[in-house]
Design a protein around this ligand. Structure first.
Ligand SMILES: [Fe+2]
Length: 226
């Protein structure tokens, strides 16, 4: 099975509104990472990890690639009632799970810490607490495939020392391979086109150097989550 076939399988699995966690996990596990399938989506930024939208599953879910430079990590965050699956496509990520804060001002308690290597799959939801994902390698990047059901656009980030939470917005570095410009619209544009109208067959080109120089991520990206 290649990535296109996995995407097609996801669309079948989510043809109805039920989420069978085991079935989705099996599908994610049955795909074996092949960089030729996903290289065109894997666009890195030297200063932060990136989210690169791959498929929206007819509005049922968001499937995206995250690209992590060495030592990059997410904030500790919740998942706004979404199911979250993560499959490692390259490198390794460490997941640290935390208990929900018991009261404001208290340090978050670590539940468990797990290393996921290439082709490993993790599952997370609000019923399991909070988590942080990180690339602990100081020299190697990492790439991961994330599936969120339903798609979510906002979540909360938590301060590890105090449990204090901050609302944050989920934005994309690229959609369908196109660098997103959020200056002109909330959905983002690519070369002046509304990205919500672009299909997965449209734009696989790597941005030109001039595009990369004009990073237009919104300020709401100040707190990053996955
Ligand atoms: Fe997450």
């Amino acid at each position: 099975m290649n990535l296109s076939e996995l995407i097609a399988k996801m669309r079948v699995i989510f043809g109805d509104n039920k989420v069978d966690v085991d079935e989705v996990r099996r599908a994610m596990e049955s795909y074996k990472s092949n960089p030729a399938d996903w290289r065109h989506f894997a666009q890195f930024d030297p200063n932060k990890y990136t989210r690169n939208l791959v498929d929206t599953g007819n509005g049922k879910y968001n499937l995206m690639l995250l690209c992590w430079g060495p030592s990059m990590a997410s904030a500790i965050h919740d998942h706004t009632d979404a199911h979250c699956f993560v499959k490692i496509l390259d490198g390794a990520l460490v997941e640290t799970k935390y208990e929900w804060p018991k009261g404001d001002g208290e340090k978050l308690q670590v539940k468990e810490r797990t290393i996921y290597d290439t082709d490993g799959v993790s599952y997370m939801s609000d019923t399991l607490g909070l988590h942080r994902m990180e690339n602990t390698s100081h020299t190697q990047g990492a790439v991961s495939l994330h599936l969120y059901i339903p798609p979510y656009t906002t979540c909360n980030a938590f301060d590890e020392r105090t449990g204090h939470k901050t609302a944050c917005t989920v934005t994309f570095y690229t959609k369908y391979g196109c660098k997103v410009d959020y200056n002109k619209s909330k959905e983002g544009t690519c070369s002046g086109q509304e990205l919500k109208e672009i299909t997965t067959s449209f734009c696989y080109a790597t941005p030109s150097p001039s595009d990369s120089d004009t990073d237009s991520e919104p300020m709401s990206e100040a707190v990053s989550t996955v």
